[in-house]
Design a protein around this ligand. Sequence first.
Ligand code: 5AD
Ligand code: SF4
Length: 436
Amino acid sequence: MKQYNIITYGCQMNENDSEKISKMLTDLGYCSTGNINNADILIMNTCSVRENADDRFFGNLGYMKNIKKKNDMIIAVCGCMMQQEHIVTQIKQKYPYVDIIFGTHNLHQFPSLLEKHLKTKKPVYEIQNSTDEIFEGIDSERRYSYKAYVKIMQGCNNFCSYCVVPYTRGREKSRKRQDILNEITSLANSGVKEVMLLGQNVNSYGIADNIGTSFPSLLREVNEIKGIERIRFMTSHPKDLSDDLIDAMSECSNVCNHLHLPIQSGSSRILALMNRKYDREKYLSLVDKIKAKIPDISLTTDIIVGFPTESEEDFADTLDIIDTVRFDGAYTFIYSPRKGTKSYDMKLDIPADVIKERFSRLLDIQKKISEENKFKYLNTAVEVLCEGRSKTEWEILTGRTRDNQLVNFTGSANAGDIIEVYISNTKSFYLQGKQI
Ligand code: 5AD
Ligand code: SF4
């Protein structure tokens, strides 16, 4: 049997696309291998959101040349980086051993591109700039039997000044409500208990396409699907988070009490430069509203440090808002200029050591808050969806609470079981306990 290996960089969208590529390859008779040396085909699904993802990809691609020399595997590269002309040119010139290049809008064509390459033995390139279509009927090879990603929309219309996504993923396009509901019903029928609804900005689901429904309405309908016990979603742009969504979250018993609400900066001046369309006051009043309606909500966020012109005062505003909201977790990034974005031409005026120092201050403060927020779980029972054994300690089971806290515990549960765990200890990044 022929074997494939996929390397995925970046976000859940990319993970979901890789699951779809896996399914296409399985249907073509390939099986997955963890060992690249044995692969007949390697797929590298790239991310362009920050420069370090670019660098890691090119580093790995260089390394693959030697492996290809030994095993003659086909190398296919796809994902967000392939939507950038200068990257594709660079690959064609410096990495001519790449056999197939395809863009984010050409995913569904992968089997025919592979067939063409196998027939002609020549490089095959297929990159479409954008598409108004969402291709239905591409199944995913599911990594887990009990949880699944469900893409509800693609693309983004927001053009935050630092962000390359609207250029690589194109304009916002929502899937039809019925297609989404059918997919989730069939997942539920096959034993899936948790779904993660994916979109760059789920809060604007259906708006640009005028498809006559909204994200809160969709949530209410998904909440009615028998067998789905946990509904999560990502990502929510604060500017589009409606009162109706807060109501839907508090009404729907299967919608988890966790919200990822990227703030990016606590300074209104920087937020304006980022084109985020809210200021710190608006963000804070939104958080107040959410906490008033859903008192046990867990909030997480994304923060960028070192956006051009960020002063010590701006950064102090970020630390202040973190201390006020007390997020359970934050993904923190150092600003990375991306070609083609609005902020790309802004002068990088903050010395690297200043950015580094700010970044480490931010990490320290957030770590302390994340730790302190965990104390409330001590000596309580929490509901956990067991995800199987811990990767590092065989005898320890691992899972997540409804509010997305990681729990490591002892017990007898199997992956996919929803059980109760008594929390007896807390660590910086997880809770510890025993199955009841
Ligand atoms: N530099 C640093 N971080 C970025 N992000 C997006 N673009 C950039 C960039 N150019 C971060 C944002 C976003 C997350 C997915 O990645 O915080 O919410
Ligand atoms: Fe990028 Fe902003 Fe769109 Fe998120 S909302 S994908 S940060 S442009």
